[in-house]
Write a protein that binds this ligand. Structure first.
Ligand code: C5P
Length: 224
């Protein structure tokens, strides 16, 4: 991209799973690979944006031209995102754990032959909703992802409203879709004006198409 249409733009991307500690050796996590978010960060950087990638634990290499901040829990991810503000664009792709353990044990929990321990969970902060409601620090374009197993569009429409983001990228992750952890994705982009279903493509092609839409959006505003 010789003309680098997103030059002078700062973008924040969240990616990967979170790990919520149970004790010093155990955690609650999910199957997110981080691939979709890393691809988006990489393509935004190719378009010239200054990209901060706040990433949960993954084995993926840092994409060229991207500044990566590694975090573990949802709470740390929120703090790293807030520290990256102000940004023009936020793309929340991370599969943030919904709950964390209310009282993380200081020592490894022991199997003492009695009843198994029970864990009390507490709700994690919603990073996408927090960024969408960040007042004067709100990014100009906030994009969320919605991985759903059923009624994908209905849930996505509701989620866009509830979280207050501008665009929502909805995808089905039900049994047999192989999206979580896989290389390909099939998404619908909800912008509030349009509802666009894209054919199945690689996560990189989803990233390219989304980044192009972001760049077109800002050139249509032509404020910057
Ligand atoms: O509610 P749900 O987890 O399905 O919402 C998905 C969207 O919200 C994704 O963009 C995800 O990155 C974001 N999210 C978040 N913080 C949370 C939960 C979800 O940023 N605690």
């Amino acid at each position: 991209f010789p003309q680098r249409p997103l030059k002078d733009f700062h973008a924040l991307v969240t990616a990967g799973p979170t790990h919520e500690a149970i004790d010093p050796v155990r955690y609650i996590a999910n199957h997110s690979s981080g691939r979709q978010g890393y691809a988006i960060a990489e393509v935004l950087a190719e378009l010239g944006a200054c990209v901060t990638l706040v990433s949960g634990p993954t084995d993926l290499p840092v994409p060229p031209g991207v500044e990566r901040v590694r975090v573990s829990s949802a709470q740390e991810m929120l703090a790293a995102c807030e520290a990256a503000l102000p940004v023009d664009i936020a793309v929340c792709v991370a599969a943030v754990g919904d709950w964390s353990v209310a009282q993380v044990a200081d020592e490894k929990l022991k199997k003492l032959g009695g009843a198994p321990p029970s864990l009390t969970l507490k709700e994690n902060p919603d990073i996408l909703a927090t960024l969408s409601k960040a007042g004067p620090l709100r990014p100009r374009l906030v994009i969320g992802f919605a991985a759903e197993t059923n009624n994908v569009l209905a849930h996505a429409l509701e989620k866009r409203q509830r979280k207050g983001c501008d665009w929502l990228v909805a995808n089905g992750v039900g049994a047999g879709t192989n999206v979580f952890g896989g290389q390909r994705n099939r998404v619908t982009l909800l912008t509030g004006q349009e509802e666009e279903s894209w054919p199945e493509m690689s996560k990189f092609d989803v990233a390219r198409r989304l980044a192009q839409r972001i760049s077109d959006y800002f050139s249509s505003l032509s404020i910057k």
